[in-house]
Each structure stands twice: as structure tokens, then as C-alpha cells.
Design a protein around this ligand. Sequence first.
Ligand code: IVH
Length: 704
Amino acid sequence: MNLFSEILDTKQGKQIQQIQQIEQKVIQLKVEIRKYQKEYYENNISSISDEKFDALFLELKNLEKQYPELLMQDSPTQKLYTPKQTELKKSKHIVPMISLGNAFKNSDLFDWEERFSKILEKQNISFPENSDIKYIVEPKFDGLGISCVYENGAFVRAVTRGNGEEGETVTENLQTISDCKPVISQISTVDNYDNSEIFEIRGEVVMKKSVFSELNKKLKREGKKLFSTPRNAAAGSLRQLDSNITRERKLSIFFYETPLKASHDMFKTYSETLNFFDAENIAHSKDYYKCTSLEDVIVAIEKIAKMREDFDFDIDGAVIKVNDYALREKIGATGHHPRWAIAWKFPAIQVKTILEKVEWQVGRTGVLTPVAHLKDVMIDGVKVNRATLHNADYIAEKDLYIGDTVLLERSGDVIPKILKSVYSNKTEKIEIPTSCPVCNFLTIKNEEEVALRCSNKNCPQILKGKLEHFVSKKCLNIKGLGSEVCDDLIEKKLITRFADFSKIYTFTEKDWSEIKNFKIKSIENVLSALDKSKMQPFWRIIHAMGISGVGEKTSKTIAKYYTNFIEFSHISKNSLENLQNIEDIGEKTAQEIIHFVENSENQNLFTQLENIFQTNIHKNNTSVNVSSKILENKKFVITGSFKNYSRDELKEIIEMNGGSCMSAVSKKTDFLLAGEKAGSKKIKAEDLGVEIVDIQCFLDIVEG
Ligand code: IVH
């Protein structure tokens, strides 16, 4: 063997060895990931943090990407984990377990009563006028439906609701729950019970709030995954193959139904059934109300709603049931739910979930905002896993800790709010950062404000936020410079401080080509957007500076008094009074403006921007972009399309010159600004005698 082939052999050998090692690693990762998934999905525990799990997953994904020959169909990256079907035996229900229709407002209850009254009327039956008890109202337990079957008074079977027709047999597990009675002694001795060998009671399995809190404390100590709600904990504890686990979980049951016809013949009414439950010590809610009218029902619902937080178990509404079984029989059921009962649902906008961790985000003003990472939860059909905690004071005021179960509310808007902590172990405090999570500079807190700030004015995160604002639609409106591009500009250090922002106007095609995913077309687009942005009116430049307290409206006002770079950059301490005389500007904002303008770095930025915008600023001073009062109190409607202007731009010109815009033509409209293809608005303006102006005429007016 010559030297060359020897070297080649060793090289190939080394390569093969390396591949084998990687293959080993891939197998090891797959086994490990599957192990954790099995733990999580089948036993509800987790011996690894989410971050570590994600890191393993990513490592596998990267290796498979790098060595596609190692990518197998069964890899956790390709195939979702399907939990092994629990081997709980299925059983058919004697009578289907159907659910309830819902009511959210009083009129739903009246409609419901009217519906079943009509059915009764058709059978010439009316609700007994002077009947003592028409309805029973009781809490709607937030747990899992269960059916318990007794033969000759002895408990023989428990089945979960399942699909309503058949469920999982959890007999052994139920036997570990103290509310499950092994014997119902009196049932076989009741005289008129014609089917004494079979008796069924249905109810709801729940985990009491106090038990839930203890359980989560224990799981936390053991480093296992926590349950997000008592309902989930009850579900996870009931559907266990090992009934010892169910026993440890100390579940409770509230019974509320005896579905078999024989029981109805025996008890006649639900209130009689509840008396029987009492006599037999069968657990049921003691907070039920006997009602003679729907008005009574409404009062009962209000009482239950008031008690909601005081119950040691979760409820999600109230159930209203016709008391008389013979009437129930006549009223009947649809395929999905009985017509003789209805569920009053509390608004579902408040839910409970777990506060898993807190991340401190740095905004463009340098303020650190704590953001709660929550265990995924659905509110009103929306998946939620984040909520703002505002600031350190808010955390202290709500006494929040990591691992707490918190009550979350999503009101009309999209930002969910943490109302309070409902279960807390108070073990892991939320750390208030002493250094910025992005740049590590010390954090500072000014006496007079609650906010915590990063002390580095060139913190990359602050720059990103400021740059995003600078190029945004409401500021310089540079299309194509989205948040990812801004991130990349900062990360690649093409921009390292605020004064560098003007550089985006001087970057060459080569500079832009460094940006991720920027190809010829996107570069062309950005260059043309930058060029176009130089035409922006001066208020947008003021807005783009991101001065605290100076939003869109204030920027527009300021630009009426300081109309260009030169005037604006001459603002100094002496301008305080002048600034304060401007509408909408108070002392604090005036001070912020002065502080900002006097800063030498900001002055540099003005000079550079002035050079870039110069030609256009001059144009602005004589063009339509200048502000005036020429259109004061004039109301415009804009319709049709225009060659050189968008409708938003025209609206801006109208507003800058004192006018305002309306969406529809009416007698109050002064002018209809009509472009090409103006349609019905033009006809209406003609009908009403509103003056119609074309673009040229309009520009002539504003240019004076
Ligand atoms: S009576 C025909 N009473 O709510 C069904 N159900 O959304 C008669 N539930 O499937 C059920 N609390 O699992 C009844 N006090 C209560 C209840 C209750 C909770 C559950 C039950 C039902 C579901 C319907």
C-alpha cells in the first residue's frame, strides 16, 4: 500500500468513525426525547425543564438536517408523539350521557321555558300553577361526568362520560374515592322500585381547590410538571391505570342525577331524590335552590355566582332543572341535550393557568417590562400564553410567584391581564433584574417613576425598538424595513447608536446585501422606499425621534411652530415657555423635548438628516406639505383614485392645512375631492350641491 492510499484509508476510516458517532448520538437523542414525551403525555410528569427539552429537540433536528441520511420516518422531529392508549376497558352507558344546552342571559331562560311549555301545551299539559317547586337550581361543577352503577345495592361499575354512548371503565379508581359509596343500602328495600337490581347515579368528579394546591406543591417539590387547573388534575387522576395514584389524589364527587326510569317512578321529583341522597349519605351539593318561577331561578343563579369564589371547588355556572320527573318525561330531549334542563354559563373570559416564568423585555425607551410566560390556555376560543406584568410594583402588589396558578382575564381587547394569584406555593420569587437581560449593563430606577430602565442608551434592544419606530408607517414609512431587517441591521452592527440612523440613507447596495434574505428585488424596493421617504412632511421626522410624550398628534402640532430642522434644532432651555404655550404640551413633555434637542448626539443626527432631506425640505416649504390654516373648518370627502397621491396622503394634506375628512357625503360636506373612477359619492355630491374639486384644483388651493 503506498503512502497516498494509506493516508486516504485513514481519512476515510476517520470519516466513517465520525459518522458512526453521530449516528449513535442521533439514536441516543431520539430515545431520550421519546422517554421525556412518554413521561409527559402518559404520566403527566416531567423530569426535564422545557428549555432543556427544546434544546435536545433542536440538537436532533440540526443533526438530521446536516446528515439527511440519518433522518428516519419515526424520528420525534417527523412524527408527533401518540400517547399509548390507556388500557382502560370501554363500557356502554345504560342511558346515553348527553350534555346540556346553554343560557348566557335571562332572555335565554325565558325562551327555554317557552320552548318546553309549547311542547307540554301540545300534549295538553301545563306547568302546575300552584306547584311548590318548578325548578331546582344548583351549581354546575367544573369536573368530569361519571356514572356509577349499583346492582342490588352494591357498587359494580363506574364509567366516564366518554363519547356519551360509551366511556372508560374506572371502577377500581372510583373505589378509592371516599364519596363513592360501596353500598346504597335502602335502594333494594324501596317498595315500588321495580328494577331494584340496577340503580345508577351520575355526578361530577372534581378535585377540591385545597387538594389541588397541595398536589401542585408536591409535584413542584419533586420537579414534576404542574397541573394548570383542578379540572385537569381531576382528569389526570381519574384516568389512571394504577388506582393507587387515584387514591393519593383525593378526588371528590358531587352527584346530581339518577337517569334510570325506575328511579323516576320511585322518587317522582328531583327534590325527593336529593332527600334520598341525604338519607343515604350520597354526596351532593347542599347549595341548591327550590324555585317556583324563572324569577326565583334568576335570584338563585345570582346567589350561586356570588358564592363562586368561596366554594372549595370550581364551578363554571349553574344548572336549572325541571323538578318533576313525569313532566321531564313529557318534555323530552333532543339528540344532544335534555329539554328539561339548561346550563347557565358564567362568562368564560376568566380562566386559570400557571405562571411558568417571567421574562424582562427591553422596550425602545429602555424600560424593562416583565412579561409573564403562562401555560397555554384558551380564553374565549383564543390561545393565550403571555400577559404583561407591567412593572415590579405590580408584581409585588399582586404577590406573584413563579409556579402560581393565576386568574387570567381577557377583556374586549387582546391583551390578557392577570387578576390575581389563586394558588401559590410562594417558593420561587420573581427576581427583579439588577442588570439588563440584553446588554448586561446595570438597571436603574428613578425615584419618581415605577419603571426599571437599562442604563445603556445604546443597548441593542433599545436601538432595535427605536429603529423600528423610526422607519414605521406612522414615522418615515420606509416600506421593506420590517422588524427582522431592523434586528439584522443592529445585530450585524451596521447601526450601533441612535445617531447612526441616518446611515440607512447612505447604505450602498453592497451594505444592504448583508441583510438576511435581501436579494436584488428587496434591495431595489428599500432604496426606492428610502428615496420616497425623503418627501415626508417634517412632523413625521419629529415623530420618528421617539421623544417621550411626543406621539403623532403632538408631532403634528409641534411642526406647525417648528417647521424645519433649523427651527427645531434651535430649541433650548429658553424655549420652555414657548413650548408650554403650544396646545397639548405640558411641562414634562416640554422638558423632554428640550433635553432631547440639546443632546449633541441628537444634534448630529439632525444635521445629517437635514443634509439628506434638504432638497425636499425646501420643496416642502413651498409645496403642499407645508401646514397652513387655509382649509380651516372645511370638511372633505375623498373619492376615486389619484395618480401621485394615496388617499391617506391627501387626508394628511387636508389636516395639515386645517381641514378634516369625513367618510360619507352629507349636507355638512364642503368639498368632494374626486379622482378617477369616482362613483356613487360623486352622484350624491351632485344631488346635494356639494362642491366637487379635482386634484389640480385642490393643489392650487392648498398652495395658496
Ligand atoms: S345534570 C342530561 N347537574 O355539565 C345531563 N350536570 O355541560 C344532566 N354538570 O354533562 C346533567 N354540574 O357532566 C347536571 N349540577 C349539575 C352539573 C352537571 C356539572 C355537567 C355534566 C353535564 C355537563 C353539561
